[in-house]
Design a protein around this ligand. Structure first.
Ligand SMILES: [Zn+2]
Length: 434
């Protein structure tokens, strides 16, 4: 079902025209209110909105990095120099977990939040869930932006059953007793539930669940991983993706399962860059690069050309669902990418190849680069966990190594480890250990 047909089936050209007007207004707002962008754009020789031109000229403007936002946060302004709205205009301040320990804050105004929910509702409705159905969610409405996505279920007209994070028994009980049509979880948690149910003899396949909506980390769209989830759940798996500093569930996959559509149309403008050089790439069929996003009508702390660090692959061929515009698949975090003899390797891609060896392997892998930074000398060490009861078998290690070499053109050193020895994180998979 298309929640907002007028918007979602509008031609991409027409969308870009509308977005151009929004973008010019956003730029004027940034120059008026954002200390960060006044500074960045002045350094770039731009003093007035007219100097910067329109959306077609966006590629000439500087990129924004997460570190810049963090670096500009100070005790008198813990949000950072990108804060534009007055204290009284903010309705919520979310946090992102971050790796440094100090959270970074993501504020929103009432309209920002409403735009988030509108875009997120379009993205989740694309999966095929519809008004009157029940959905069990496994996120908490806690400090993180993902909690805002919960409001989008009501917007679609779903009956929302929140069970929270890590409450596996409660989740399975809710499935048994309340018979929901849909479950939303991270791909790792959805996979964990398959393992959990299998060990306890609970038949997930026979449950009422028809849709498993995954979000929160890359991987839900990898064919072998998805096939294994769909088999375990007896349900269709579609993915959605948001970016903490930009918005929730910006992208959502439809029932064609051929990449995620931009649910946040009109609110966010996507670009693609080469992650090494920062050069802009065309949004064309099969193009691969880092996703860069620009707010079009954000008020609290709008961002211009924000580097998401997500490596994506673009699809532009028409989608049978009728939604228009480019769609994408996220293949991994650019921070997790390793380069072996000039070849880019994502841990998610390694997992995808290894999943081809199920049921002999559990599907859990750990890439363990030895050198600092992205560049690695071959062979790249990879730990592969065996399936339960599977004995160590050096032929299997050789087979996996050969398949990784053929598919990813990378020399690896495969170490098989017994079932259960790789760390399980129910929420997000740890695929790389430096
Ligand atoms: Zn579609």
């Amino acid at each position: 079902m298309i929640l907002d047909p007028e918007v979602e089936t509008r031609s991409w050209e027409e969308q870009l025209e509308l977005d151009d007007a929004s973008y010019r207004a956003q730029l004027a707002y940034l120059l008026e209110r954002s200390p960060l962008y006044r500074r960045k754009l002045a350094d770039h020789g731009l003093e007035s909105p007219a100097d910067a031109g329109g959306l077609a000229d966006l590629g000439a403007l500087p990129l924004t990095d997460k570190q810049e936002l963090r670096a500009s946060a100070a005790s008198d302004n813990p949000i950072g120099d990108h804060l534009c709205a007055d204290r009284s205009e903010l309705v919520r301040i979310y946090s992102t977990s971050g790796t440094t320990g100090t959270p970074s804050y993501v504020p929103v105004t009432a309209r920002d939040l409403d735009d988030w929910v509108t875009g997120s509702a379009r993205s989740y409705a694309a999966s095929g869930v519809r008004a009157g159905q029940r959905i069990v969610s496994t996120y908490n409405a806690g400090p993180f932006v993902a909690g805002a996505a919960l409001d989008s279920f009501e917007r679609i007209g779903l009956t929302h059953v929140p069970v929270g994070t890590g409450a596996t028994e409660r989740l399975v009980l809710a499935i048994e007793l309340l018979r929901p049509e849909a479950v939303v979880a991270t791909p790792s948690y959805a996979a964990h539930l398959v393992e959990w149910a299998r060990e306890r003899g609970f038949d997930l396949r026979a449950s009422s669940v028809e849709h498993v909506l995954v979000a929160g980390e890359p991987g839900g769209g990898e064919p072998a991983f998805r096939a294994s989830l769909e088999d375990g759940w007896g349900a269709r798996v579609t993915e959605a993706m948001g970016i903490g500093d930009i918005g929730i569930s910006l992208w959502g996959e439809c029932e064609e399962q051929d990449g995620m559509h931009l649910g946040a149309r009109g609110f966010v403008h996507p670009e693609l860059i080469d992650p090494e050089s920062g050069e802009k790439l065309a949004l064309e069929e099969s193009a691969s690069g880092e996703l860069v996003l620009t707010h079009l009508r954000h008020r609290a702390a709008p961002l211009l050309r924000f580097r998401t660090r997500d490596q994506v692959v673009i699809r532009t061929s028409p989608c049978a669902c009728g939604r228009t515009g480019p769609r994408l698949r996220c293949v991994g975090r650019t921070d997790d990418m390793v380069i072996v003899r000039g070849v880019n390797v994502f841990p998610t891609a390694v997992r995808e190849v290894v999943r081809g060896f199920e049921p002999r392997v559990s599907g859990h892998v750990l890439v363990r680069p030895t050198a600092e930074g992205a560049k690695q000398e071959p062979p790249l060490p990879v730990r592969v966990e065996l399936a339960r009861g599977e004995g160590l078998d050096s032929d299997l290690a050789d087979e996996i190594r050969a398949r990784l070499r053929d598919v990813l053109v990378v020399q690896t050193q495969v170490e098989l480890v017994p079932f259960g020895s790789l760390e399980r994180n129910e929420w997000k998979s740890k695929l790389i250990e430096r």
